[in-house]
Ligand binder design. Structure first.
Ligand SMILES: Cc1cc2nc3c(=O)[nH]c(=O)nc-3n(C[C@H](O)[C@H](O)[C@H](O)COP(=O)(O)OP(=O)(O)OC[C@H]3O[C@@H](n4cnc5c(N)ncnc54)[C@H](O)[C@@H]3O)c2cc1C
Length: 426
């Protein structure tokens, strides 16, 4: 069978060399089997291996082949729905529980990098950039809200100050999160995989799970082998396909596109003197940052239903040039797409299907930090510590209106409406 290799991204081209990892071709019996070697699977695997469990991760392609190895690399705190909406929709107790964990994923990433000495180009600082005064007003409110949940490393920037941080005329101001940051996501994942393996964990690549036989001692099957275990964790996110239809029905895979320019040399520091990662405040947002070798990595352009775009550059480069007209002559070296999972509530979905079948999915675009938190909560729940896991698990998981047939056009229509409001500044 043909092998699934990493997308032809800047990250794949600059990944640290890796040992060959085997395909599963025998029958194993372990404590825990995790399906999917993205951040969710790796984070859960590492927490469980640290706790002394015998864990196997099965990956259909290569480590972090999905969103985790292709994303913008932005360490963004909190969730895709902000805390005020969570308060209004789910009440104060739920908001307090989720709010207490809103900055934990970031801390886990930094602990992992420090403890296992993971070389993944970590840089500090993230900037939310406002394109209108209405957006700036939202950032003022977001700052106050996050401060209520104990976050203290936030700073408002006016137009002059944001101009010092990013050399773009587009913004009227912004909010810096000094505790945010950016990383080479594939190298972070590869470092976490190596840490997991150093504790006895096993990862099998090119080992697509074809079936999960549920029961008191589940059996996870691939084309050439199987893993019998006490617990299964499904961590396939937007690449789940039909493996677990009841999970697929609750989310919508969406594509996001990223380009990496040629190395910009000294121009890079003029472009983003702060070296922050940046995302704007539009509903269909643009996000960008510098790589360690001084390329601009610029993403955006959501496709609902995760269609593969034929011309990624044609979607992303006009926005890039609008943000940075000074880059009109710059060459694009890499362009790639990746899929993330949208949920109707924009909140992640974590839970159990059976007492021994766990899942987490659907971080709706901001998943680098949440997936690391999810790994910890899944591992805690398997060890019988459920209180933080349950704060997520009890959130309602509504299916998209229109079912599989109509969810894409209906959601695209809704997004078009919000994008139009952003364009009109209303
Ligand atoms: C282009 C892009 C840019 C993004 N930028 C950011 C960002 O800057 N900041 C941020 O916070 N978030 C960002 N995100 C979101 C973030 O990357 C994701 O939320 C996160 O990586 C999801 O991790 P995951 O482990 O849950 O899923 P994934 O990383 O997608 O991993 C799922 C894995 O499961 C495997 N799999 C699926 N089915 C099977 C099977 N049957 N058998 C075995 N293996 C299977 C897949 O091959 C895949 O490797 C971005 C997403 C995309 C797509």
């Amino acid at each position: 069978m043909s092998q699934l290799k990493h997308a032809a991204s800047y990250y794949a081209a600059s990944a640290h060399p890796q040992p060959a990892r085997p395909e599963l071709n025998r029958d194993l019996d372990v404590d825990i089997c995790i399906i999917g070697a993205g951040f969710t699977g790796l984070s859960a695997g590492l927490f469980l291996a640290e706790a002394g469990y015998n864990v196997v991760i099965l990956e259909q392609a290569q480590i972090a082949w999905g969103a985790s190895g292709r994303n913008g690399g932005q360490i963004v705190n909190s969730y895709s729905r902000d805390m005020d909406v969570i308060e209004r929709q789910y009440g104060k107790a739920t908001a307090d529980a989720l709010g207490a964990m809103a900055f934990t994923g970031n801390q886990i990433i930094r602990q992992r990098i420090a403890h296992y000495q993971i070389d993944c180009d970590l840089k500090n600082g993230g900037l939310f950039a406002a394109l209108s005064h209405k957006q700036l007003g939202h950032l003022v409110a977001q700052k106050a809200l996050w401060e209520r949940y104990g976050h203290t490393q936030l700073e408002m920037l006016d137009k002059a100050a944001i101009g010092q941080a990013v050399a773009s005329e587009r913004y009227v101001g912004g909010l810096v999160d000094h505790s945010a940051g950016h990383i080479h996501p594939l190298n972070l994942a590869l470092g976490e995989a190596a840490a997991f393996e150093s504790l006895g964990g096993q990862i099998f690549e090119q080992s697509a799970v074809t079936q999960i036989q549920r029961g008191p001692r589940p059996c996870v099957q691939t084309a050439q082998g199987s893993v019998r275990c006490q617990f299964v964790i499904v961590a396939c996110n937007a690449y789940l396909g039909d493996l677990v239809p009841e999970l697929a029905a609750k989310t919508m895979p969406c594509g996001s596109q990223v380009v990496a320019t040629e190395p910009l040399g000294a121009l890079a520091e003029q472009l983003i003197p702060s070296n922050y990662c940046v995302e704007d405040c539009n509903f269909l947002l643009d996000y960008y940052r510098l790589s360690a070798d001084r390329r601009l990595i610029y993403g955006g352009g959501v496709t609902y239903g995760a269609r593969d775009l034929a011309h990624i550059e044609a979607v992303i480069v006009p926005n890039l040039r609008q943000t940075f007209p000074q880059l009109s002559h710059i060459q694009i070296d890499y362009a790639w797409t990746g899929n993330f999972c949208l949920t109707l509530s924009r909140l992640p979905q974590m839970g159990r299907l059976d007492s021994n079948l766990y899942y987490s999915q659907g971080c709706s675009g901001h998943g680098v930090t949440y997936t690391h938190l999810a790994g910890r909560l899944l591992a805690q729940a398997i060890q019988g510590h459920n209180s933080q896991f349950d704060a997520f698990a009890k959130l309602p998981h509504h299916p998209f209106p229109g079912g599989r047939l109509l969810r894409v056009p209906l959601t695209a229509l809704g997004a078009w409406y919000y994008a139009l409001r952003d364009q009109l500044g209303i």
